[in-house]
Ligand binder design. Structure first.
Ligand SMILES: CC/C=C\C/C=C\C/C=C\CCC/C=C/C(=O)SCCNC(=O)CCNC(=O)[C@H](O)C(C)(C)COP(=O)(O)OP(=O)(O)OC[C@H]1O[C@@H](n2cnc3c(N)ncnc32)[C@H](O)[C@@H]1OP(=O)(O)O
Length: 302
């Protein structure tokens, strides 16, 4: 089912997440197999959601091969999937991870930032904002199990989580590298990282566009734990158990007390932020810079 068709579905369908997601994305056979096995397994084209072994926990996997770039479709499906889990009283926590080998997410889809018209840029940026706001303020416990490279928008997505566990692999670099592309991380990207690693570390990481290997990401506080790759999911589940031992209402109000002010800064100026983005990204110099970066990425293999 096309994304536009999903968005046209009636509101009551959106309140019945599993029916919707099953219909959206799984072929009849796969959906039937999920029910037959007694394990409900749901998904959309780019997001797979399955219950974890632990009660009340879902695993949400990004699957937009090859590198989980955050396209308009993936961003929209992420938000819909999270909303479904929030509306399903069964779930209290989500482990966010990748279904693509060696990449958690390559960040915003660069094809969304190049050669599009202003209306499309605006639509895309609104979806980026929405993803950040919904994940950052989610009342569920979100644990990122980072099983691959995590640059830029991928890092932002992980920063919305309550806890980050990174698999120990020197190739799994993480950070907000926007300056290296000749672009500027917006204030709410900056707020997200500054709330996590502090003022001084942000000054360096953001200006230098640092992509840190696991040991350095841990040292600076960008992640909370680094573990061998084969222990990533079990560690995420242990962390989740600890967080879920706290009564939801007390934890949720505390989370909101800490995060709402940061979210409000964007909420108060969403439209201005979109206009700012559209005008910035449409500049010839910025487009040239992004095209050059994309070309270099493509030539890397050759
Ligand atoms: C005054 C102004 C004030 C305020 C500013 C106002 C507004 C703000 C303006 C802009 C803000 C924008 C914020 C942007 C955030 C972003 O997230 S931009 C994206 C940044 N991402 C990256 O830099 C990562 C790039 N990718 C990689 O480094 C690597 O691909 C990888 C380490 C993730 C994986 O490496 P490999 O496994 O080796 O895979 P390949 O490199 O071979 O890639 C495979 C394939 O995928 C394509 N690709 C990679 N990343 C992206 C991407 N992000 N988007 C689209 N496509 C991507 C890559 O080109 C390859 O394509 P093919 O060659 O196979 O066609």
């Amino acid at each position: 089912m096309a994304l536009t068709a999903v968005l046209r579905l009636p509101a009551r369908a959106l309140l019945r997440p599993w029916a919707l997601l099953r219909g959206v994305a799984l072929g009849r056979t796969e959906a039937a197999a999920g029910i037959r096995n007694g394990a409900r397994r749901f998904g959309s084209q780019h997001v797979l959601v399955e219950p974890a072994a632990a009660a009340g926990v879902a695993v949400m996997k990004l699957r937009n091969p090859p590198v989980n770039s955050l396209s308009l479709e993936l961003l929209t499906e992420l938000v819909i999937s999270l909303e479904k889990l929030e509306n399903d009283k069964v779930f209290r926590g989500v482990i966010l991870t990748s279904d693509c080998p060696s990449v958690f997410s390559s960040g915003l889809d660069l094809r969304e930032l190049c050669g599009r018209n202003p209306a499309r840029y605006a639509e895309f940026w609104k979806a980026v904002q929405e993803m950040w706001l919904r994940f950052y303020l989610s009342n569920l416990v979100l644990v990122a199990a980072i099983n691959g490279a995590c640059p830029a928008g991928g890092c932002l997505l992980s920063l919305t989580c309550d806890y980050r566990v990174l698999a120990d692999n020197p190739k799994y670099l993480m950070g907000l590298n926007e300056t290296l592309l000749g672009i500027v991380a917006p204030f709410w990207f900056k707020d997200s990282i500054m709330n996590t690693i502090g003022h001084r570390a942000t000054e360096q990481a953001l200006q230098l566009g640092s992509l840190l290997p696991p040991a350095e990401a841990l040292q600076v506080g960008m992640v909370d734990q680094v573990v061998p790759e084969d222990q990533l999911l079990s560690t995420a589940l242990s962390v989740m158990a600890k967080w879920l031992a706290v009564p939801d209402h007390a934890r949720q109000l505390t989370k909101s007390m800490i995060r709402q002010a940061t979210a409000d800064r964007l909420l108060k100026q969403r439209d201005a932020d979109i206009q700012n983005f559209v005008s910035f990204i449409s500049k010839d110099a910025i487009q040239k810079s992004l095209q050059t970066y994309l070309e270099k990425l493509k030539q890397k293999k050759g």
